[in-house]
Ligand binder design. Sequence first.
Ligand code: FE2
Length: 336
Amino acid sequence: MKGNILIVDDEFGVRESFRMILKDEYNLFIHSEPGEALRTIKKNRIDVALLDIRMPKMNGIELLGEIKKIDHDIQAVIITGYATLDTAVKAMRFGAFDYLTKPFDRNKLEELVKEGIKRRRRRDREKKELKRLEIIKKDVNERLEKIYSSTVESLMVALEAKDSYTSSHSEGVAEYAILILDGLNLNLSSEFGEIFRYVCTLHDIGKIGVSEQILRKKGKLNKREWEEIKKHPEIGVSILQPIEFLEKFIPMVLYHHEHFDGGGYPEGKKGEDIPLWARVLAVADSYHAMRSDRPYRLAMSEEDALEELKAGAGTQFDPEVVKVAVRVLKKKKRTS
Ligand SMILES: [Fe+2]
Protein backbone atom coordinates (compact mmCIF):
# COMPACT_ATOMS: atom_id res chain seq x y z
CA MET A 1 0.00 0.00 0.00
CA LYS A 2 1.34 3.42 -1.01
CA GLY A 3 2.00 5.82 1.83
CA ASN A 4 0.11 9.14 2.01
CA ILE A 5 2.35 12.19 2.20
CA LEU A 6 1.26 15.70 3.03
CA ILE A 7 3.44 18.56 1.79
CA VAL A 8 2.85 22.09 3.02
CA ASP A 9 5.11 24.84 1.69
CA ASP A 10 4.33 28.33 0.44
CA GLU A 11 7.15 28.22 -2.15
CA PHE A 12 6.00 26.90 -5.51
CA GLY A 13 9.49 25.67 -6.42
CA VAL A 14 9.83 23.55 -3.30
CA ARG A 15 6.37 22.04 -3.75
CA GLU A 16 7.14 21.09 -7.34
CA SER A 17 10.50 19.50 -6.55
CA PHE A 18 8.89 17.44 -3.77
CA ARG A 19 6.22 16.38 -6.23
CA MET A 20 8.76 15.28 -8.84
CA ILE A 21 10.81 13.29 -6.36
CA LEU A 22 7.98 11.59 -4.46
CA LYS A 23 5.07 11.21 -6.90
CA ASP A 24 5.90 7.72 -8.18
CA GLU A 25 6.19 6.07 -4.82
CA TYR A 26 3.58 7.88 -2.72
CA ASN A 27 0.13 9.45 -2.80
CA LEU A 28 0.74 13.16 -2.41
CA PHE A 29 -1.42 15.89 -0.87
CA ILE A 30 0.25 19.18 -1.66
CA HIS A 31 -0.81 22.53 -0.20
CA SER A 32 0.59 26.03 -0.04
CA GLU A 33 -1.62 27.02 2.85
CA PRO A 34 -1.91 25.49 6.37
CA GLY A 35 -5.72 25.81 6.58
CA GLU A 36 -6.17 23.67 3.48
CA ALA A 37 -3.67 21.16 4.86
CA LEU A 38 -5.70 20.79 8.07
CA ARG A 39 -8.88 20.17 6.06
CA THR A 40 -7.05 17.46 4.11
CA ILE A 41 -5.92 15.77 7.32
CA LYS A 42 -9.48 15.71 8.63
CA LYS A 43 -10.63 13.92 5.48
CA ASN A 44 -7.64 11.67 4.70
CA ARG A 45 -5.32 9.43 6.58
CA ILE A 46 -1.85 10.96 6.32
CA ASP A 47 1.27 8.98 7.18
CA VAL A 48 4.00 11.60 6.86
CA ALA A 49 3.78 15.41 6.82
CA LEU A 50 6.53 17.62 5.40
CA LEU A 51 5.99 21.10 6.81
CA ASP A 52 7.73 24.30 5.90
CA ILE A 53 8.66 26.16 9.04
CA ARG A 54 8.24 29.66 7.54
CA MET A 55 4.80 30.38 6.14
CA PRO A 56 2.49 33.36 6.37
CA LYS A 57 -0.56 33.00 8.71
CA MET A 58 0.63 29.91 10.56
CA ASN A 59 4.20 28.67 10.82
CA GLY A 60 5.19 25.02 10.52
CA ILE A 61 5.57 24.48 14.26
CA GLU A 62 2.08 25.85 14.97
CA LEU A 63 0.68 23.81 12.12
CA LEU A 64 2.32 20.70 13.55
CA GLY A 65 0.59 21.37 16.88
CA GLU A 66 -2.78 21.51 15.10
CA ILE A 67 -2.00 18.40 13.06
CA LYS A 68 -1.16 16.43 16.20
CA LYS A 69 -4.52 17.39 17.68
CA ILE A 70 -6.25 15.75 14.71
CA ASP A 71 -4.02 12.69 14.36
CA HIS A 72 -1.28 12.29 16.91
CA ASP A 73 0.46 9.53 15.00
CA ILE A 74 1.26 11.47 11.83
CA GLN A 75 5.03 11.51 11.42
CA ALA A 76 6.26 15.03 10.71
CA VAL A 77 9.41 16.51 9.23
CA ILE A 78 10.02 20.24 9.52
CA ILE A 79 11.58 21.93 6.50
CA THR A 80 13.73 24.86 7.39
CA GLY A 81 15.98 27.23 5.50
CA TYR A 82 18.03 28.08 8.55
CA ALA A 83 18.61 24.99 10.62
CA THR A 84 19.69 26.24 13.96
CA LEU A 85 19.79 23.95 16.94
CA ASP A 86 16.98 26.00 18.42
CA THR A 87 14.51 25.36 15.56
CA ALA A 88 15.44 21.70 15.44
CA VAL A 89 14.83 21.31 19.17
CA LYS A 90 11.55 23.20 18.92
CA ALA A 91 10.39 21.00 16.05
CA MET A 92 11.20 17.85 17.98
CA ARG A 93 9.48 19.18 21.07
CA PHE A 94 6.34 19.73 19.05
CA GLY A 95 6.49 16.16 17.82
CA ALA A 96 8.44 16.21 14.54
CA PHE A 97 10.79 13.26 14.28
CA ASP A 98 13.39 15.08 12.14
CA TYR A 99 14.01 18.17 10.01
CA LEU A 100 15.25 18.90 6.51
CA THR A 101 17.27 21.94 5.51
CA LYS A 102 16.75 23.94 2.33
CA PRO A 103 18.20 23.66 -0.23
CA PHE A 104 17.53 20.03 0.36
CA ASP A 105 19.30 16.92 -0.68
CA ARG A 106 17.16 14.49 -2.68
CA ASN A 107 18.53 11.38 -0.97
CA LYS A 108 18.01 12.90 2.45
CA LEU A 109 14.38 13.70 1.56
CA GLU A 110 13.71 10.15 0.33
CA GLU A 111 15.39 8.71 3.38
CA LEU A 112 13.29 10.86 5.75
CA VAL A 113 10.01 9.99 4.05
CA LYS A 114 10.88 6.28 4.16
CA GLU A 115 11.76 6.58 7.83
CA GLY A 116 8.48 8.42 8.51
CA ILE A 117 6.46 5.68 6.81
CA LYS A 118 8.34 3.05 8.80
CA ARG A 119 7.58 4.87 12.04
CA ARG A 120 3.92 5.30 11.17
CA ARG A 121 3.55 1.57 10.35
CA ARG A 122 5.27 0.66 13.58
CA ARG A 123 2.90 2.94 15.52
CA ASP A 124 -0.07 1.28 13.77
CA ARG A 125 1.18 -2.14 14.79
CA GLU A 126 1.71 -0.99 18.38
CA LYS A 127 -1.79 0.43 18.53
CA LYS A 128 -3.27 -2.76 17.13
CA GLU A 129 -1.33 -4.81 19.65
CA LEU A 130 -2.44 -2.52 22.49
CA LYS A 131 -6.05 -2.91 21.44
CA ARG A 132 -5.64 -6.69 21.32
CA LEU A 133 -4.09 -6.68 24.81
CA GLU A 134 -6.93 -4.54 26.12
CA ILE A 135 -9.47 -7.00 24.77
CA ILE A 136 -7.58 -9.89 26.38
CA LYS A 137 -7.34 -7.96 29.66
CA LYS A 138 -11.08 -7.24 29.61
CA ASP A 139 -11.81 -10.88 28.88
CA VAL A 140 -9.53 -12.07 31.69
CA ASN A 141 -11.07 -9.56 34.10
CA GLU A 142 -14.57 -10.66 33.21
CA ARG A 143 -13.63 -14.29 33.72
CA LEU A 144 -11.94 -13.53 37.03
CA GLU A 145 -14.98 -11.57 38.11
CA LYS A 146 -17.24 -14.51 37.27
CA ILE A 147 -14.99 -16.91 39.16
CA TYR A 148 -14.89 -14.53 42.08
CA SER A 149 -18.64 -14.00 42.11
CA SER A 150 -19.22 -17.73 42.18
CA THR A 151 -16.70 -18.00 45.02
CA VAL A 152 -18.73 -15.41 46.92
CA GLU A 153 -21.88 -17.38 46.22
CA SER A 154 -20.18 -20.52 47.57
CA LEU A 155 -19.28 -18.53 50.65
CA MET A 156 -22.95 -17.64 51.05
CA VAL A 157 -23.80 -21.35 50.89
CA ALA A 158 -21.10 -22.01 53.48
CA LEU A 159 -22.58 -19.27 55.65
CA GLU A 160 -25.99 -20.84 55.33
CA ALA A 161 -24.58 -24.09 56.73
CA LYS A 162 -23.03 -22.13 59.57
CA ASP A 163 -25.97 -19.85 60.26
CA SER A 164 -29.16 -20.67 58.36
CA TYR A 165 -30.88 -17.55 59.67
CA THR A 166 -28.44 -15.12 58.00
CA SER A 167 -28.94 -16.59 54.56
CA SER A 168 -32.76 -16.59 54.48
CA HIS A 169 -32.72 -13.25 56.27
CA SER A 170 -30.53 -11.71 53.57
CA GLU A 171 -33.01 -12.56 50.80
CA GLY A 172 -35.81 -10.99 52.82
CA VAL A 173 -33.75 -7.89 53.56
CA ALA A 174 -33.10 -7.47 49.84
CA GLU A 175 -36.86 -7.56 49.12
CA TYR A 176 -37.59 -4.86 51.69
CA ALA A 177 -34.59 -2.75 50.69
CA ILE A 178 -35.69 -2.74 47.02
CA LEU A 179 -39.20 -1.68 48.07
CA ILE A 180 -37.80 1.23 50.07
CA LEU A 181 -35.37 2.17 47.28
CA ASP A 182 -38.26 2.28 44.79
CA GLY A 183 -40.24 4.37 47.27
CA LEU A 184 -37.46 6.97 47.30
CA ASN A 185 -38.20 7.65 43.60
CA LEU A 186 -34.60 8.37 42.65
CA ASN A 187 -34.88 7.37 38.99
CA LEU A 188 -32.13 4.81 39.27
CA SER A 189 -31.27 2.50 36.39
CA SER A 190 -32.46 -1.08 36.48
CA GLU A 191 -28.82 -2.15 36.46
CA PHE A 192 -28.28 -0.18 39.66
CA GLY A 193 -31.31 -1.88 41.20
CA GLU A 194 -29.97 -5.31 40.29
CA ILE A 195 -26.56 -4.72 41.86
CA PHE A 196 -28.18 -3.09 44.89
CA ARG A 197 -30.34 -6.19 45.40
CA TYR A 198 -27.32 -8.45 44.94
CA VAL A 199 -25.31 -6.55 47.55
CA CYS A 200 -28.27 -6.66 49.96
CA THR A 201 -28.26 -10.43 49.74
CA LEU A 202 -24.53 -10.40 50.52
CA HIS A 203 -24.46 -7.69 53.16
CA ASP A 204 -23.79 -10.07 56.05
CA ILE A 205 -21.29 -12.25 54.20
CA GLY A 206 -18.63 -11.18 56.69
CA LYS A 207 -20.34 -13.39 59.27
CA ILE A 208 -18.48 -16.27 57.61
CA GLY A 209 -15.54 -14.99 59.65
CA VAL A 210 -17.45 -15.03 62.97
CA SER A 211 -17.44 -18.19 65.06
CA GLU A 212 -20.39 -20.52 64.76
CA GLN A 213 -20.92 -20.65 68.54
CA ILE A 214 -21.47 -16.91 68.60
CA LEU A 215 -23.73 -16.87 65.54
CA ARG A 216 -25.91 -19.65 66.95
CA LYS A 217 -25.88 -18.58 70.58
CA LYS A 218 -29.41 -18.40 71.99
CA GLY A 219 -28.74 -16.26 75.02
CA LYS A 220 -27.35 -12.77 75.34
CA LEU A 221 -23.87 -12.16 73.91
CA ASN A 222 -21.08 -11.18 76.28
CA LYS A 223 -18.75 -8.25 75.50
CA ARG A 224 -16.09 -10.34 73.76
CA GLU A 225 -18.68 -12.13 71.61
CA TRP A 226 -20.32 -8.86 70.73
CA GLU A 227 -16.96 -7.41 69.68
CA GLU A 228 -16.50 -10.37 67.35
CA ILE A 229 -19.94 -9.93 65.76
CA LYS A 230 -19.13 -6.26 65.18
CA LYS A 231 -16.27 -7.24 62.87
CA HIS A 232 -18.58 -8.71 60.22
CA PRO A 233 -19.06 -5.53 58.12
CA GLU A 234 -15.28 -5.14 57.72
CA ILE A 235 -14.76 -8.82 56.97
CA GLY A 236 -17.55 -8.51 54.39
CA VAL A 237 -15.73 -5.63 52.72
CA SER A 238 -12.50 -7.60 52.46
CA ILE A 239 -14.40 -10.46 50.82
CA LEU A 240 -16.27 -8.30 48.30
CA GLN A 241 -13.58 -5.73 47.52
CA PRO A 242 -11.91 -7.65 44.68
CA ILE A 243 -15.15 -7.65 42.66
CA GLU A 244 -14.82 -4.56 40.51
CA PHE A 245 -18.48 -4.03 39.65
CA LEU A 246 -19.39 -3.93 43.35
CA GLU A 247 -16.89 -1.16 44.11
CA LYS A 248 -19.46 1.62 44.53
CA PHE A 249 -21.60 -0.55 46.79
CA ILE A 250 -18.89 -1.59 49.24
CA PRO A 251 -19.76 1.28 51.69
CA MET A 252 -23.25 -0.22 51.96
CA VAL A 253 -21.78 -3.38 53.45
CA LEU A 254 -19.33 -1.50 55.64
CA TYR A 255 -21.88 0.91 57.13
CA HIS A 256 -25.08 -1.11 57.41
CA HIS A 257 -24.84 -1.09 61.22
CA GLU A 258 -24.16 2.62 61.60
CA HIS A 259 -26.83 4.59 63.45
CA PHE A 260 -28.18 7.94 62.31
CA ASP A 261 -27.18 9.51 65.64
CA GLY A 262 -23.62 8.16 65.44
CA GLY A 263 -24.16 5.33 67.93
CA GLY A 264 -23.53 2.44 65.53
CA TYR A 265 -20.48 0.55 64.27
CA PRO A 266 -17.82 0.15 62.86
CA GLU A 267 -16.97 3.88 62.65
CA GLY A 268 -19.76 5.67 64.51
CA LYS A 269 -20.64 7.64 61.36
CA LYS A 270 -23.51 10.09 61.70
CA GLY A 271 -26.47 11.32 59.63
CA GLU A 272 -25.79 11.89 55.97
CA ASP A 273 -22.15 10.89 56.39
CA ILE A 274 -23.59 7.38 56.26
CA PRO A 275 -24.16 6.60 52.58
CA LEU A 276 -27.87 6.63 51.65
CA TRP A 277 -27.78 3.02 50.40
CA ALA A 278 -26.45 1.92 53.80
CA ARG A 279 -29.22 3.90 55.56
CA VAL A 280 -31.81 2.13 53.39
CA LEU A 281 -30.22 -1.25 54.03
CA ALA A 282 -30.13 -0.58 57.79
CA VAL A 283 -33.90 0.00 57.91
CA ALA A 284 -34.66 -3.05 55.74
CA ASP A 285 -32.26 -5.18 57.79
CA SER A 286 -33.80 -4.23 61.14
CA TYR A 287 -37.37 -4.48 59.88
CA HIS A 288 -36.80 -7.97 58.52
CA ALA A 289 -35.09 -9.03 61.76
CA MET A 290 -38.07 -7.76 63.78
CA ARG A 291 -40.47 -9.65 61.54
CA SER A 292 -38.58 -12.95 61.93
CA ASP A 293 -38.71 -15.57 64.68
CA ARG A 294 -35.41 -15.76 66.53
CA PRO A 295 -34.24 -18.37 69.03
CA TYR A 296 -34.69 -15.84 71.83
CA ARG A 297 -37.98 -14.21 70.75
CA LEU A 298 -40.92 -14.57 68.38
CA ALA A 299 -41.48 -12.35 65.35
CA MET A 300 -43.16 -8.99 65.93
CA SER A 301 -46.44 -8.15 64.22
CA GLU A 302 -46.27 -5.81 61.26
CA GLU A 303 -47.87 -2.99 63.27
CA ASP A 304 -45.38 -3.39 66.13
CA ALA A 305 -42.40 -3.58 63.78
CA LEU A 306 -43.51 -0.42 61.96
CA GLU A 307 -43.96 1.35 65.31
CA GLU A 308 -40.48 0.22 66.26
CA LEU A 309 -39.06 1.73 63.04
CA LYS A 310 -40.80 5.01 63.80
CA ALA A 311 -39.46 4.96 67.35
CA GLY A 312 -35.93 4.56 65.98
CA ALA A 313 -36.26 7.40 63.44
CA GLY A 314 -33.57 9.99 64.11
CA THR A 315 -31.63 7.78 66.53
CA GLN A 316 -30.96 4.43 64.86
CA PHE A 317 -32.49 5.24 61.47
CA ASP A 318 -32.65 8.07 58.95
CA PRO A 319 -36.10 9.64 59.57
CA GLU A 320 -36.65 10.25 55.85
CA VAL A 321 -35.92 6.63 54.99
CA VAL A 322 -38.25 5.49 57.81
CA LYS A 323 -41.03 7.70 56.46
CA VAL A 324 -40.72 6.10 53.02
CA ALA A 325 -40.31 2.61 54.52
CA VAL A 326 -43.48 2.93 56.62
CA ARG A 327 -45.42 4.11 53.57
CA VAL A 328 -44.23 1.35 51.22
CA LEU A 329 -44.40 -1.43 53.80
CA LYS A 330 -47.98 -0.50 54.78
CA LYS A 331 -48.92 -0.43 51.12
CA LYS A 332 -47.32 -3.83 50.62
CA LYS A 333 -49.41 -5.16 53.50
CA ARG A 334 -52.59 -3.87 51.85
CA THR A 335 -51.74 -5.36 48.46
CA SER A 336 -50.37 -8.72 49.66
FE1 FE2 B 1 -25.14 -7.19 59.55
